[in-house]
Design a protein around this ligand. Structure first.
Ligand code: PLP
Length: 362
């Protein structure tokens, strides 16, 4: 979906790295995260300040090979090394389907997947209080809901995955102010293949341990990728400074205007197709005031959490018969009545998808 915008930006985001540049393992030995490129850190701080979606003051930035690596680094860093039992890692269903897979892949003795946070909360009463880490994803993948922690125990540890807390997807109501927040260029700018994410971490010791994990895992994070991500994030921030009413380049949409408008168009198109078919249901989202764009709108998430109405039990199989590929609800800790569909493919695929969906009859 983002490809067209970046094509239109042309040379503004071209980066040339000569053979002699960024050779060393090291980026900044004065920084706790010694492989963090200063220009990448600057671009992260600039963009958060501009968008107002996260508090960066008194936070350590840890860069990762996607927020996927940072998720694993966070689990390693947050678990006591000598705990009597593995920490339970929980998240409210429907949750991002990779969380259980990433958590249990290496069969760590430090942590294990604990499933749906609602169920964990019920099962862990006063007599049975297992230690836990809750992943709070807001807006959530797959259903786009705005979320808060659900277990709410004083001894609980939270990780906030804010991959989608950007103004093309949801109103920015206040700067997120949590102990450990994860972001990624995959969802903010569309550069999933660059494999760059960042964590904003309050606690110095946690940030140090996350850095240690990445040191042992991959001896740092690609400098080439960090430099490219810095260029892209600076271009996004430049577009916001330049664009908009009254600016020298008035009329040119900023990155967030462009992507917000495209998401709005796609959600309208999807809702029209769903209405035409009458076999499906989509979540409704409350209206919120976005402090960044100074307008009220409903969330328009990167995924549609589509429900098959009526007798239909397996929505994924039904859609496959109509040549639509989706991911069934079971992967997300929910029933097969639901599927997750990406709202971010290229135009042609998205048009084909909504056309096919609108023609499905009972
Ligand atoms: C909630 C959430 N977190 C993390 C990721 C992975 O991000 P990255 O590409 O930065 O590893 C995704 C990708 O779909 C996601 O939906």
């Amino acid at each position: 979906m983002y490809e067209r915008y970046w094509k239109e930006m042309g040379e503004k985001t071209t980066l040339v790295i000569s053979g002699w540049q960024s050779i060393s393992y090291f980026s900044d030995l004065t920084n706790l995260c010694w492989f963090l490129e200063p220009s990448f850190a600057d671009s992260v701080l600039r963009l958060h300040k501009l968008v107002g979606n996260a508090v960066t003051q008194d936070r350590h930035i840890v860069v990762g090979t996607g927020s996927t690596q940072l998720f694993q680094a966070a689990l390693y860093a947050l678990c006591p090394p000598n705990g009597s039992e593995p920490m339970s890692v929980v998240s409210a269903a429907p949750y991002y389907s990779s969380y259980p897979l990433m958590t249990d892949f290496l069969k760590s003795g430090l942590y294990k997947w604990g499933g749906d946070a609602h169920r964990f909360s019920k099962d862990n009463n006063n007599n049975n209080r297992r230690p836990y880490i809750e992943i709070v994803t807001s807006p959530n993948n797959p259903d786009g809901s705005t979320r808060r922690a659900v277990v709410n125990r004083i001894d609980g540890i939270l990780v906030h995955d804010l991959a989608y807390y950007w103004p093309q997807y949801t109103p920015i109501t206040s700067p997120a102010d949590h102990d450990l927040m994860l972001f990624t260029v995959s969802k903010s700018t569309g550069h999933a293949g660059t494999r760059i994410g960042w964590a904003l971490v309050k606690d110095k010791e946690v940030a140090k341990k996350m850095t240690k994990f990445i040191e042992l895992n991959t001896i740092g994070v690609s400098k080439d990728s960090q430099l490219r991500a810095a260029k892209i994030l600076q271009a996004v921030a430049d577009s916001c400074d330049r664009g908009g009413v009254g600016s020298p380049e008035e009329g040119q949409a900023t990155f967030f205007e462009y992507s917000h408008n495209l998401m709005a168009k796609r959600w309208n198109q999807l809702r029209a197709a769903v209405e035409k078919s009458q076999l499906f249901n989509l979540p409704e989202f409350p209206c919120g005031f976005c402090k960044f764009s100074a307008q009220s709108f409903q969330s328009q998430p990167a995924f549609a959490w589509l429900k098959c109405e009526g007798e239909m039990e397996d929505c994924e199989s039904l859609l496959r018969r109509w040549r639509i590929l989706s991911r069934g609800g079971k992967h997300f800790g929910d029933t097969p009545k639901y599927v997750r569909i990406s709202m971010l493919p290229r135009d042609q695929i998205f048009h084909l998808f909504t056309h096919r969906l609108s023609t499905i009859q009972s």
